[in-house]
Design a protein around this ligand. Sequence first.
Ligand code: FDA
Length: 299
Amino acid sequence: MSLFDALVKYGMPWVPKPIVSRVARRYVAGESIDDAVRTLREMNAEGAMGTVDVLGEEVRDRSKTERAVSQYLDLLSRIEAEGLDSNISIKPTMLGLKIDEDLCSDNVAVVVSRAAEFGNFVRIDMEDHTCTDATLRLFRRIHDAYPRSVGIVLQSYLHRTTADVADLLPLSPNIRMCKGIYREPRAIAWEDFETIRANFIYNIEKLLAEGAYVGIATHDPYLVWAGMTAVDRLQIDRDRYEFQMLLGVDPELRSIILSAGHRLRVYVPYGRDWYPYSMRRLRENPTIAHHVVRAMLIR
Ligand code: FDA
């Protein structure tokens, strides 16, 4: 990343919201469920599956968690009615994790039970380290009741991930492995790029070899290659893994993976609460300065 890109990256909180919105548009399907459905149709037409996230996090108000549950129930019904190839992704703090774990668990159970009725699936996203233990407890509770309808995410930047993989393996879990997006303290997270990659590869190989279903979630071509070679070497059936990418990031890599005959799922976020998600995506974009300056010039 150039010095200018780095300066813009750290200055992002001061960039006016309309500019952020313009630059971040590619990462978000839109504000309405219709926008999400339209994007899913496009992804399905490309041969990719979807996972839809209703944007929202860090909710502190019970009534907002009820609204989130009903948005997810509507979404599941819509996916079913339209015959779309998509599951859903949820953030525990949107469903009440920071208010009360039991409330969150009850909310997630309502969503997962509806997904199970439709033969669909719910991925529980992983947020920052203050949520990791509670999210794993939540996953275990819901998995006990709906073992085929729920999955979780692990982050290869966390030191604990290898131990979490070992603890979860007896459940034959469905796990999305990603690098991790939150800024975490050195005491708990690897910072070195190559170590995070190595930990990603070590853990996906372990999961694949020992019977888990694995979502290989990355846009890093080296890790995509590592995933492809691992499934080949371990002779993993096509229906035991999938690649996963975020909407708006590297569509060319998406078609490379699909053309090689692998299954691929695109994470499709939508909703009014787009700002925190978009800021995380923008900070990861290696050419962020170019996009921000361009958006400012064509105002
Ligand atoms: P890396 O960041 O090294 O990116 C590789 C290359 O991809 C870059 O060089 C660039 O070319 C391109 N790229 C990456 N991000 C870009 C961007 N925003 N704009 C443009 N180009 C970009 N994290 C988490 O903590 N909890 C979670 O639940 C999830 N869930 C999740 C689902 C899915 C489907 C994906 C793909 C990712 C997540 N993540 C996540 C995010 C993940 O942890 C990680 O931050 C990003 O995927 C970026 O890491 P990469 O492996 O892509 O590598």
